[in-house]
Design a protein around this ligand. Structure first.
Ligand code: ADP
Length: 354
């Protein structure tokens, strides 16, 4: 008898996969590797899992069907192989599944205005209609509560969907949480290493952040393992670097950028902001005094081929806004407010391009 695949498949259509009411051919279980040489037939049956309870009995049933419905002289015993579907490794569970963009704000050294930029950026984004969260992870100097006038706030716990969550404080349309809400300033410095990393992790996983367009994380300055662990745990979309134009600050920024971009970490630098680019007295807004040198941040961004997002001058109102809990970005009609809104717009555009 001349054998050909259709004959074999017709016989296999008599074999049903238990419980489905379907035969193993219509279920797509017969692999495309059938070989027929004289009266020897071989092929594979595809199973989802290696421990399929019907694996052996289905192979046996397929053999019997071929011998019964095609020809009892076919050499089939032991020639039907079980093939297991390749299991794709499960994607790692995303920490904040309802958050569209996670951006970390970093600096090479402290005092360059990282938190000021983070706070104003958060406010500017919220005023542009985005849902924004801001996590102050700067354990060495948590200043976000003060900048939002929320130093005495204590976030509460709430039972949501059967689990206890920390609920962020909300101000100016921004959901806020700071390590400063949980520790006294005096104690913040002793929170180093693993302890700090664990506490920060909790502020991400145990907080009901909900749906967010932008989740900004104000990182601790420098190149300790805390900012590094954070960007890795959070799988951030990118890091925004804040620097002053000063040479010493720039040297630290290079180290910071290296830390984020080196092979194993490989986090994208979304851009660089030059803060304290020049001093402008309120009464002489046209005058610019380059106290820390001119265009240092801009030149560094060009040299390292990272997007340059703009320059923010030293203006008394920015400092006062921070001290009084009213970020200047609340008022877009002022020059300083506008500067932060333009920064936010650039970030949104850059994000949309990527
Ligand atoms: P960092 O987070 O880098 O340590 P901060 O944002 O806390 O720095 O800023 C340090 C100080 O400098 C704060 O008192 C802040 O108000 C002030 N400051 C930051 N940027 C400016 C600016 N562009 N003009 C005036 N003061 C500023």
């Amino acid at each position: 008898m001349k054998l050909y695949p259709r004959l074999i498949l017709d016989a296999l259509e008599k074999v049903r996969y238990p419980g489905t009411g379907k035969n193993i051919v219509e279920m797509g279980m017969i692999e495309d590797d059938m070989r027929i040489e004289d009266n020897k037939v071989s092929f594979s049956i595809l199973f989802e899992k290696p421990n399929d309870p019907f694996l052996k009995s289905l192979i046996k049933a397929a053999e019997t069907a071929i011998l019964t419905y095609v020809d009892s002289g076919i050499d089939i015993k032991g020639n039907i192989h079980a093939k297991i579907k390749e299991q794709k490794p499960a994607a790692p569970k995303k920490l904040l599944p309802q958050v569209k963009n996670i951006l970390a704000i970093a600096s090479g050294k402290g005092g360059v205005g990282k938190s000021t930029v983070a706070a104003n950026l958060a406010v500017a984004l919220a005023q542009s209609g985005y849902k924004v969260g801001l996590l102050d992870a700067d354990i060495y100097g948590p200043s976000i509560p003060k900048m939002f006038g929320e130093e005495d706030a204590r976030p509460c716990m709430e039972m949501i969907e059967g689990k206890d969550w920390i609920v962020p404080v909300e101000k100016y349309g921004v959901k806020l949480l700071s390590i400063g809400f949980f520790v006294d300033k005096e104690n913040a410095l002793i929170w180093r290493g693993t302890m700090a990393s664990n506490a920060l992790k909790q502020l991400i996983t145990d907080v009901y952040w909900g749906e967010l367009d932008y989740f900004l994380v104000d990182l601790p300055p420098g190149t300790s393992d805390i900012p590094l662990t954070l960007v890795q745990t959070l799988t951030v979309n990118g890091v925004l670097i804040v620097t002053t134009p000063q040479q010493v600050a720039l040297a630290d920024v290079r180290k910071g950028i290296n830390m984020f971009t080196r092979e194993k970490v490989n986090v994208q630098i979304v851009g660089l902001v030059e803060n304290m680019a020049w001093f402008t007295p309120a009464e002489l807004p046209e005058n610019k005094y380059y106290l820390f040198g001119k265009d240092g941040g801009k030149k560094l961004a060009e040299e390292l081929h990272i997007p340059f997002l703009g320059q923010i001058p030293i203006v008394q109102s920015i400092c006062e806004g921070g001290d009084h809990g009213k970020p200047v970005a609340l008022d877009e009609s002022t020059l300083t407010g506008l500067a932060f809104h333009q920064l936010a717009q650039k970030l949104v555009l850059l994000n949309a391009d990527n």
